[in-house]
Structures are given as C-alpha cells and as structure tokens.
Design a protein around this ligand. Sequence first.
Ligand SMILES: [Zn+2]
Length: 362
Amino acid sequence: MLREFMKTCRHSFKRDLLKFLTIALILTRTLQAGSNNGRLDVYWVDVEGGAATLIVTPSNESILIDTGNPGQRDSDRIHHVLSTVAGLQKVDHLIVTHFHRDHFGGAADLAKRIPIGRIYDNGIPESDPDGRPNNLSFEEQIRPYRDIQSDARIVLNPGDLIPLKQTVGSPRLALRCLAARQKMVEPATSLQNTALCESALSKAEDRSDNANSNVTLLTFGDFELFIGGDLSWNVEAQLVCPVNRVGIVDVYQVDHHGLDQSNNPVLVRSLAPTVAVMSNGTQKGCQPETFATLKSVSSIQATYQIHKNLRSDSENNTDSTMIANLEANCSGNHIELSVDQTGSSYTVRIPANGHKKTFSTK
Ligand SMILES: [Zn+2]
C-alpha cells in the first residue's frame, strides 16, 4: 500500500517537474524571440546617395530613418537588411527627415513588402516644398507616400520622444527630435559655445526643404548617434550656437550625403564625434570641404563611407577598408554598428569586406 503510494507520488513529481521544465523552456524562448540580445544595432543601407538608416532596439523594435529613392532597387535593399539581416517582420517607426525623393521616395514601395507602424515626418506639404510653382512631378511623387497605410501619422516637433520599449536590465534608450522645420529644442544648459561659435561663417540662405530636415538623437546609456537628414549649413549652426543644444556624440551621420552645402565645421566640432558615417553615392556627396572638415576634427577616429567617391577628386575618400562599396556596379553592401548591452562600447562592421573596429563610448 505504502509502496503504491510512494510510486504514485514519484510519478506525479516527475510529471510536474516535466511540466515545469516545459513551461520554463517556452517562457525562455518567448523572451528570447522578442529580444536583440540586449544590443542596439544600427544599419546604414546603400541607397546610392539617398539615406536609409535602420535602428533595431534591444527589445527588437525597429526604427527606419529615411527610405532612399523610388523604385525597386532601394526598397529591395532596405527590405533585405530589415528581413534577412536583422530578421524583422515590421517597421515599427518610420521617420522621414524631409520631402526630397532620395529620403521619402522608397517608402511606398517598401510598404508593399513589409507593414509600417507609425510614420513621423514634418507634415506632408501641399505643394513642392522647394517652392517650384506647379511642380506636377512632386504631386506624382508624393501621392504614393500619402497613400501608405499605417497605424498612425505623426508630425514631429522639437523635443518629441519616439515612444520606444525599454528593456529590463538595459541602459535607458531614447530617440529624441532635436529640430524640425528650422525650430530647435530648448537647450539643456545655458553654457555658451563661445569659442567655436565666434569663428563660424554663414553661407547663402538655403530655401530648399533640406533646411527643414528633422534631426534626431539616439541615446543608449552613454552611446549617442546624431542623424540630421540633409540639414543645411546655417541651420546646423543654430543647433549649436550660441548654446550647444545637442552636446557631444559618439557617432555623426554625416549630413546631406557629405555635400558642402551642409556639414558646417561649427556643428561637427561642437558634436565632437568619434566616428562619422556618410551615406554618399559614387558621384554624390563626399565633397572636398566636408571631407576636409571631417579630417580636421581631432575627435574623429574613423570615417566610414557607404560608397567610394569615383569622381576625379579621388583624394576625398577614406581608407578603402572603411568603404562598403568600391565599384559603381556594386552589390549594395551595408555598414552596421552594434552597441553592447551596457552602452559602453560599440563595434562598426562592414560584413562584405570583414572590416571590424570597436570604440568606447564617451
Ligand atoms: Zn538627400
């Protein structure tokens, strides 16, 4: 009798243990499925002189900033990095910095391939944002973007935070809008940036939509990445003069593909980045003045280019191991950056050539 009872107990204990282990395994798998192993990843997709930057958070949320040009090529490349490289099935947040086709153009094609959650932009303009009257081609270009089905449409304002999930045990994650439509966020300090601002020079006023680009700052613990779209020279200065509203950053996504209408030295010096990443094309961006500025800023340890500059001014190129695509007829290689779980270091990789370099955050 006693033996029978003990046997039943042993059996039910085994059964309960098995049940417990099965539930524990399912829970662990569920938690792992929704995590990026505590890392923050950033991918620069090659959209040939447009821009498309994908951010994947530790909880596997995705933010895409800009979408390259209209047509199959750029949306294919973005989709490849999103789904095959990063393993995502949705763009949770899409930010469009301004209404030029090399930034919003790929969005409608991408939306045919992958669902898009919330779309943030400066508010769709009624007419050509560069002020060209009766520009029918702008109306044709913007229509597919306007028709994208999404969960929400939000007009970004300085100070806005993109609502991102925080991960238990990870440093604080934030993506904050610092400027939009030439309006700036309130400075966090009253400390004047006098020395740098006094020597700053202005350029002719930019009346194009580049000046309206929204600017975001991604923060993960001590790590900071600046993304300013195609922000142009005089507006760049307003971000850091007379007070530096951004602070210093780790990574500077070079404004405007590295064109000399942008990348005011006062901005780059004030941000004092360690790494610069340029989304240029074979003939577009990576211009001499910008390249000289990047070379002259002493904090910059490494400049990366998505493309080699194939114009005759070939001296304006970084080391070829830090260029993702060397040929005009390229495979659309991307650059990736991974911030560790503590936010204290980050590694930049070019998977196509095996380049890999780790930097400490500031
Ligand atoms: Zn552009």
